[in-house]
Ligand binder design. Structure first.
Ligand SMILES: Nc1ncnc2c1ncn2[C@@H]1O[C@H](COP(=O)(O)OP(=O)(O)OP(=O)(O)O)[C@@H](O)[C@H]1O
Ligand SMILES: [Mg+2]
Length: 775
């Protein structure tokens, strides 16, 4: 008897969802738009297989897009199917393969204790390979070379099979084998290798293939539209021969083409499994009708798609808000003010997410959060795992586990300084290469007193290091991970070093906090009886979308890419500007702009109740501050779905000439005017001040304290107020209004005006800049 009656598992599902959950074996494709319950169905189906079809949990493999999604699915399953579900293999393709390869390393050229290289490690290895081949890294960008290698791997093209099509391709074809050899010598795999090695192992060993096909008799994949070639292969390989393969996806949400994802895999699935049942879900349970209409208006412009019918019971809904900000800082400030406002109206911070196209955009937003005192979690970006102190300590742990790891070895051999300079390291490296020894073997040879080309002093320093390293290695047998961490940290004097590399006490404290957090993870791992290799794999597999989310009430800042699969009552999408969204790089690629449109579509469809789309007239980019054109995608949104100013335009710019021209369609002329106007520094400053005095359009707010005080003597501040309560005034943008208060403040006159037009409400303006005329 099951503790969980079927009724529970099928409750809260519509007929089609129920059909998908309870379908028998064989290939099944669930194709449906956002918010239609694909992930819910997939999770319920796992519980159903276990509880109702008595499938052993250990023979189920479920693939999620992020580790975080895997964690959520595990929790959900626990409440649906109880402890029995523990044995289900739930994880990303990478995590699942890493786990199997650790056990089955004999079927690969790698040793048991292989480590996983992340992008920085990979770039180091590429740099090494290029320097060995005398290829100038200034002429050929190592990142581009790495990108080409990664694409090849995703297409299952091995070094021997790589053919360069042009001069750059020829360079890649030389670097690729060398890079791969360095990784192999380091007993390290990169992310792509995890998948490629898994496919190769299954191909090469029929025994292994049969073992895993038998083991994972049921395979389920979420976000199937974002699988790439190698992942598709894995699904087919694991799924055979019964082909109990259940995949869910939405072609309109395919946003990872740059990583080789190919939504055509959906069509391929239909071809490869002609007997597959196809289930379409049409009801959206997430968003209001308005949000859905906006989403559809945007995506329907894509040519390469199958139109879908989506409906929701949540008729109507709040109109979406468009907002034009002067620059990225004002945009961020506007977002935070709205968040503050919504919070006062009952939303929690955690109900709200701010999304953007590129990571650097988070800077202004973070800054605004700090200024406004809004707690936030930044997903991705220069996160925890990219911090220097974290990378150093993890590199130590990795060398302890695998002394052959060249990249980590090079990172820590003189960190903190132990007198082993670049020259000594190079002699050591050449010696090891000449004698065909791994680094670990070379260290042992040194300890044994073997002849070596190192000077006496350097040899002694390396021996000292080797002794320490082997002492740490012996600790891994007997003591806890946290003891190992503490011992290393104190043996090498890392805390002292931390202070040396920090500019000030605050930075040092910050670094200490990070280390404490890492230490906390080790304590947790000890409690969970996770060993060092497992711990390192877990850490290496953390991706940008996996930032640890605390239970605290915080808003979320994330890229649109990281937002996949998630939902929030309130969503802000910022930076809707041509060049940013759509991103300028997409202009050269076939299907590039369509992919950008899908990205916006994913963002919009995260919203349950309220959606804000914002853009800035000027944005600070790597090349300085530049005027931007609003995103061409915005023109696809019908005006009657937007709230705010006429045409849905909600601006914080406040001068007539610009305003008059800024109607849909003739932005360029307005921007030209602005460019002309912006030539004088004083003009700019004035405008900044003016905007600062008029940013709020949501009622009676104090003049923002962050306004730059007006410098110099032009214009002279008035000694007496020029405006008095009750005066009728006219403002070029806000129209007619009445003064409710006015007083001289420092070097200007602050006038509070109630405007007749309700959309502007009450505003505080600086008299010297607002150009108010008395009527
Ligand atoms: N039958 C239903 N009744 C009520 N709520 C539902 C139903 N099906 C799904 N939901 C809810 O709707 C929301 C969206 O579901 P889910 O996240 O599974 O959609 P999805 O299709 O996976 O979306 P996406 O494509 O964005 O990943 C969730 O909050 C889910 O709990
Ligand atoms: Mg989903």
């Amino acid at each position: 008897m099951s503790d969980h009656p079927t009724g529970d598992l099928l409750a809260g599902l519509n007929d089609r969802q129920r059909a998908a959950v309870t379908a028998g074996g064989g290939p099944i494709l669930v194709l449906a738009g956002p918010g239609s319950g694909k992930t819910r169905v997939l999770t319920r189906r796992i519980a159903y297989l276990i509880n109702e079809m008595n499938i052993p949990a250990r023979s189920i493999m479920a693939v999620t897009f992020t580790n975080k999604a895997a964690g959520e699915m595990r929790n959900r399953l626990k409440s649906l199917a109880g402890d029995r579900m523990r044995a289900v293999q739930i994880g990303t393709f990478h995590a699942t393969c890493a786990r199997i390869l650790r056990i089955e390393h004999d079927s690969t050229p790698y040793g048991k204790d292989f480590v996983i290289y992340d992008t920085d490690d990979q770039l180091n290895a590429i740099g090494q390979a290029m320097s060995e081949l005398n290829i100038d890294t200034r002429k050929f960008n190592p990142r581009a070379v790495l990108g080409a290698i990664s694409s090849a791997k995703n297409e299952l093209i091995l070094p021997s099979g790589y053919v360069g099509q042009d001069y750059f391709g020829e360079i890649v074809s030389r670097v690729y084998p060398r890079y791969q050899a360095i990784l192999l010598d380091s007993n390290a795999m990169d992310f792509d290798d995890l998948l490629v090695q898994m496919v190769l192992a299954l191909h090469h060993s029929p025994v292994l293939q049969e073992k895993y096909q038998r083991k994972f008799a049921w395979v389920l994949v979420d976000e199937f539209q974002d699988t790439n070639t190698v992942q598709y292969q894995l699904v087919s390989l694991f799924g055979a021969p019964q082909n109990n393969i259940f995949v869910v996806g939405d072609e309109d949400q395919s946003i990872y083409a740059f990583r080789g994802a190919d939504y055509r895999n959906v069509a391929r699935f239909r071809q490869d499994y002609p007997d597959a049942s196809v289930i379409l879900l049409e009801q959206n349970y997430r968003s209001t009708q308005v949000v859905l209409d906006v989403a559809n208006a945007v995506i329907s412009r894509n040519k390469h798609r199958t139109p879908k019918a989506l409906f929701t019971d949540k008729a109507g809904g709040e109109l979406i808000t468009l907002h034009e900000a002067y620059d990225d800082e004002y945009e961020a400030r506007y977002v935070m003010e709205e968040i503050d406002d919504l919070r006062r109206r009952g939303y929690h911070y955690s109900d709200m997410a701010v999304m953007y196209r590129t990571n650097p955009q988070s800077r202004a937003l973070e800054r605004a959060c700090v200024d406004e005192g809004i707690p936030y979690t930044l997903v991705g970006g220069v996160g925890f795992y990219k911090r220097r102190e974290i990378r150093d300590m993890l590199a130590y742990l990795r060398v302890v586990q695998n002394p052959d790891d060249r990249v980590s070895f090079a990172r820590i051999i003189n960190t903190p300084k132990r007198g082993i300079g670049k020259k000594s390291l190079e002699s050591f490296q050449y010696w090891a290469a000449d004698a065909e020894m791994s680094y670990g073997e070379a260290l042992i040879k040194l300890l044994e007193g073997a002849d070596n080309p190192l000077g006496a002093r350097a040899a002694k320093l390396f021996r000292d290091f080797a002794e320490q390293l082997f002492a740490w290695r012996s600790l891994t047998e007997a003591s806890t991970l946290v003891d190992l961490f503490d011992t290393i940290s104190s043996d090498v004097g890392y805390n002292l070093y931390l202070h040396e590399i920090s500019d000030n006490d605050l930075e040092a404290a910050d670094r200490m906090d990070n280390l404490s957090e890492l230490r906390g993870l080790l304590v947790q791992a000890d409690e969970d009886e996770i060993n060092l290799p497992e711990f390192l794999i877990d850490q290496a597999l953390m991706t940008d979308a996996d930032t640890k989310l605390t239970g605290e009430d915080r808003i979320t800042l994330m890229t649109l890419h990281a937002a996949k699969g998630l939902e929030y009552p309130v969503v802000f999408i910022t930076g809707l500007e041509d060049g940013l969204l759509p991103h300028f790089r997409s202009f050269d690629e076939p299907d590039g702009v369509e992919e950008e449109r899908r990205l916006l579509y994913v963002g919009i469809t995260r919203a349950m109740e309220r959606l804000y789309l914002t853009y800035a007239f000027k944005r600070t980019t790597w090349s300085g501050s530049q005027a931007q054109e609003r995103s061409s995608f915005l023109y696809d949104i019908p005006e009657d779905m937007t709230a705010g100013l006429p045409s849905g335009l909600n601006t914080d710019r406040s001068y007539q000439s610009y305003k008059q021209m800024t109607t849909w369609g003739n932005t360029r002329a307005a921007q030209d005017t602005e460019r002309r106007n912006a030539t004088s520094g004083l003009d700019r400053l004035r405008r900044d001040l003016q905007r600062g005095s008029a940013t709020s359009n949501s009622g009676n707010k104090a003049v923002n304290s962050k306004i730059i005080p007006f410098p110099g003597s032009e214009p002279q501040p008035p000694a007496e107020p020029q405006f008095h309560t009750g005066m009728s005034v006219y403002h070029s943008v806000f129209g007619a209004g009445m003064v409710v208060e006015s007083h001289v403040n420092q070097d200007d006159e602050e006038v509070t005006v109630v405007f007749s037009d309700k959309r502007y409400g009450v505003k505080k303006l600086l008299a010297s800049l607002a150009n108010l005329t008395v009527q």
